[in-house]
Design a protein around this ligand. Structure first.
Ligand SMILES: Nc1nc2c(ncn2[C@@H]2O[C@H](COP(=O)(O)OP(=O)(O)OP(=O)(O)O)[C@@H](O)[C@H]2O)c(=O)[nH]1
Ligand SMILES: [Mg+2]
Ligand SMILES: [Zn+2]
Length: 343
């Protein structure tokens, strides 16, 4: 084992400082045991430390050395992870164990040629995808990409169209009509006037909902409108294009006073949403409007681009799949990485 990674197996060694702190005390503190472990949920990442909510409050935790070694390059601990914590004093702790994730919202880590998973949030039950009707203008091809990420992670998606105060709800319904037809729950909201907030609130009960979308669309403002006590930081928009400033840094999980177990996670605006581990032959399954035709193609490994006897292509020609959605499919298939600057 390399010297610079401490081995936390021996709790005596780790807590040695604690023993000496109590100078003058005749009996050493009792040895830490695994029965002292307490369950918790990671609510925020702070560099190499994590804020964990446990039954007796929040603790700032570091990660046990052995875990650091075991997990290689994958996201070791993510916001939303259920963990076991060895308490250290009243407010600190050591993450001893990370429970297997039941779901993730993840993407391909940007800025590297290696294919690495970047877990945006662990264990969500659903994803609330927020776009604004204006300021910034919605980029629907990017929305399609968010939907593919939700479908490929098997997460139910709700679409929230925010800032309807700017254009009026009719313009918003018109711009997003395609998505009402696809069957996704669609909520028209204004975090400023409070329109649609009640509808949103009712969808959250007893679930962990991750709020995702581009920067500046009003994700944090919406969460504040749902639960004003949180008082999250909200950013100004930059320039005449009204793009966001990436105000929220790092995902953060909040418990809501609603039902027994309701959490909402704010996430930073996503600039780049590379898809992780989706092979070309299965991409069609993650478009709810393309999927019904996939098994009717002549070739089982059809990519729905040029192959003869392609049922998807025929459905596009017949107007059963919209040209815009098919265009999104082709762009993702070709590996086009949309960046915010291209929107
Ligand atoms: N007109 C209008 N402006 C809104 C509404 N919701 C949010 N805004 C404004 O949009 C700007 C960006 O809001 P944020 O809540 O910071 O956006 P965000 O999606 O959290 O952005 P990031 O944290 O950067 O990802 C702020 O100036 C908000 O006041 C709305 O419903 N209507
Ligand atoms: Mg924000
Ligand atoms: Zn086909």
């Amino acid at each position: 084992m390399p010297r610079n990674i401490p081995d936390y197996d021996d709790y005596d060694e780790v807590y040695a400082d604690d023993y000496f702190e109590g100078r003058g005390r005749t009996k050493p503190k009792p040895k830490k045991q695994s029965s002292d472990l307490m369950p918790g949920v990671v609510v925020r990442a702070l560099g190499h430390h994590y804020e964990v909510e446990t039954e007796d409050g929040e603790r700032i935790c570091r990660v046990r050395g052995r875990l650091l070694q075991e997990r290689g390059k994958d996201t070791l601990v993510a916001v939303g992870d259920r963990v076991m914590v060895m308490p250290e004093g009243k407010r600190k702790g050591l993450i001893d164990f990370v429970e297997e994730r039941t779901s993730v919202l993840s993407r391909r880590r940007p800025g590297t040629s290696q294919i690495v998973e970047d877990v945006i949030l662990a264990n969500p039950d659903q994803v609330l995808i927020v776009f604004s009707v204006a300021q910034p203008e919605p980029h629907l091809r990017m929305l399609d990409r968010f939907l593919v990420v939700a479908e490929s992670n098997e997460l139910p998606a709700i679409i929230c169209v925010n800032k309807v105060d700017i254009t009026g709800v009719d313009v918003a319904k018109d711009k997003f009509s395609l998505y009402a037809n696809l069957g996704y729950p669609l909520i028209f909201a204004s975090a400023t006037t409070g329109d649609g907030i009640d509808d949103l609130y009712h969808l959250l009960e007893d679930k962990l909902t991750v709020v995702a979308g581009p920067s500046g669309v009003g994700k944090s403002t919406l969460i504040n409108a749902i639960h004003p006590d949180l008082n999250l930081r909200v950013g100004e928009l930059r320039g005449f294009e009204g793009k966001g400033r990436h105000t929220t840094r790092g995902a953060q999980l909040f418990r809501l006073p609603l039902g027994k177990d309701t959490y909402i996670a704010d996430t930073p605006g996503i600039r780049e949403l590379g898809l992780y581990e989706i092979d070309p032959a299965s991409l069609g399954f993650f478009f709810v409007d393309i999927e019904p035709f996939v098994n009717e193609c002549r070739f089982p490994n059809c990519t729905h681009t040029h192959e003869p006897g392609c049922a998807v292509h025929a459905a596009v020609q017949a107007g059963k799949i919209s040209p815009e959605r098919y265009d999104s499919y082709l762009r993702i298939l070709q590996g086009e990485d949309l960046q915010e600057e291209d929107w």
